[in-house]
Design a protein around this ligand. Structure first.
Ligand code: DGY
Length: 327
C-alpha cells in the first residue's frame, strides 16, 4: 500500500522525525528559516498531512491549495498560527503538543523573572565590558522575588506551574483567567482577582494566556498605566498579547520598572526596535520550551498526532474535537 504523503516544515528532533520518515513519504524542509510562503503553498499540494511550526501561517488559502489534507499537526502547544475554524469547516483535525512543555516553559518563565528582577543580564554585560572595579553598596540593585506578589494572567497548565514555583519563593499569588478555578484556590494558595486588581497589586505580572481576539494587546497603554512603577512584566506566551510600542514607552518613562520577554511582536523583533536599547528589558528568542528533553517529547507528540490523523484515527491531542462530531 502506498505510504501517505506529508510535508514537514522544519527539521524537528529525531524522536518524532524518524517516526514520520518510517511511516510516510515525507518531504522535509531542512532550512534554518521557515519555508517561504510560496514554497509552503507549492509543497502542500496533494499532501495528506502537514506537520507545521508556529512560524507557518496555515490559513484558508493553504488548506484549499493543499486540496485534501487529512490532518494538520502543529509542533507547539499554541496554535494561533492556524485558522482552526477553517480547518474544522473542512473536516481537518488539528493537533498540538500540550502538557509535555508545561514545566520546562514555567522553569524558563521563572528564570526570566528572576534574571530581570536581579539584573543578571545587566550584571553580566557590566563584567564583560570591564566595568567591574569593586564591590559597590549601590551597584545594580534589583527587586526581591521572595515574598513579593506575583500576578498570573491565564491560569492554565503553565500559569499553574508558575504558581507552584512562586510558592517555593513564599510569594503571594494572584491570578486572573476567564475561567475561575475555585477548585484550585485553597490547595494551591492562590487568589482570584479581576484583571485591574491584579495589575494594580502585583510586583510581577506574568502572561500565560493563548493569543486570540480577546487577548490581543491585553497589556496595552491603559493596562501598563495600572501597574506599579516598580512592577516587572514577563511574557513567555505570545508577543502580540503585549502592545510593544506601549511597553517601550512605559519602560522609557519609568511607568513600570522592567520587562522580560521571550516572545515579541513581530518575531523576530526588528533590530531597530526601541526595546532593544533598554537595559531594563531582557529579550530571549522564544526559547521557553527549548530543553533537549522537551523538544524531543514535543516532536514525538506532534508525530503521533500526524500519524493518527493519517490513519483516520482520533488525534491524541486535538484542538478542534468538534471536527469528529461533524463526521
Ligand atoms: C508553544 O508550544 O506554543 C511554544 O510557544 C513553543 O514551544
Amino acid at each position: 500500500m502506498a505510504k501517505p504523503k506529508v510535508y514537514v516544515t522544519r527539521l524537528i528532533p529525531e524522536e518524532g522525525l524518524n517516526m514520520i520518515l518510517e511511516a510516510c513519504e515525507a518531504e522535509v524542509w531542512e532550512g534554518e528559516l521557515p519555508p517561504p510562503r510560496e514554497v509552503l503553498l507549492e509543497k502542500v499540494k496533494g499532501k495528506d498531512g502537514l506537520l507545521c511550526l508556529l512560524t507557518d501561517r496555515v490559513d484558508v488559502e493553504l488548506m484549499d491549495t493543499a486540496g485534501a489534507l487529512k490532518v494538520i499537526s502543529n509542533y507547539a502547544v499554541g496554535y494561533d498560527n492556524i485558522d482552526v475554524k477553517a480547518a474544522t469547516e473542512r473536516g481537518i483535525p488539528v493537533g498540538n503538543t500540550p502538557g509535555v512543555l508545561t514545566d520546562t516553559t514555567a522553569d524558563f518563565a521563572f528564570a526570566l523573572l528572576m534574571a530581570v528582577a536581579r539584573r543578571v543580564v545587566e550584571g553580566s554585560d557590566y563584567v564583560r565590558a570591564g566595568k567591574w572595579k569593586t564591590w559597590g553598596p549601590r551597584l545594580l540593585l534589583g527587586q526581591d522575588v521572595h515574598g513579593a506578589t506575583l500576578g498570573i494572567v491565564g491560569f492554565g497548565r503553565i500559569g499553574q506551574a508558575m504558581a507552584r514555583r512562586a510558592k517555593g519563593f513564599n510569594m503571594k499569588v494572584l491570578y486572573y483567567d476567564i475561567h475561575r478555578r475555585e477548585d484550585l484556590e485553597q490547595s494551591m494558595g492562590v487568589q482570584y482577582t479581576d484583571m485591574d486588581t491584579l495589575l494594580r497589586e502585583s510586583d510581577f505580572v506574568t502572561i500565560h494566556t493563548n493569543l486570540n481576539e480577546s487577548t490581543y494587546h491585553l497589556i496595552d497603554q491603559e493596562a501598563l498605566a495600572k501597574m506599579k512603577p516598580t512592577a516587572i512584566l514577563i511574557n513567555t506566551a505570545r508577543g502580540p498579547i503585549v502592545d510593544t510600542e506601549a511597553l517601550a514607552e512605559a519602560l522609557e518613562q519609568g511607568k513600570i520598572r522592567a520587562a522580560g520577554l521571550d516572545v515579541t511582536d513581530p518575531e523576530p523583533i526588528n533590530r531597530d526596535n526601541p526595546l532593544l536599547k533598554l537595559p531594563n528589558c531582557v529579550i530571549t528568542p522564544h526559547i521557553a520550551s527549548a530543553s533537549v528533553a522537551t523538544r524531543g517529547l514535543m516532536a514525538r507528540m506532534a508525530a503521533e498526532n500526524l500519524l493518527a490523523g493519517l490513519r483516520g484515527e482520533r488525534l491524541p491531542n486535538c484542538v478542534n474535537p468538534e471536527v469528529y462530531e461533524r463526521k
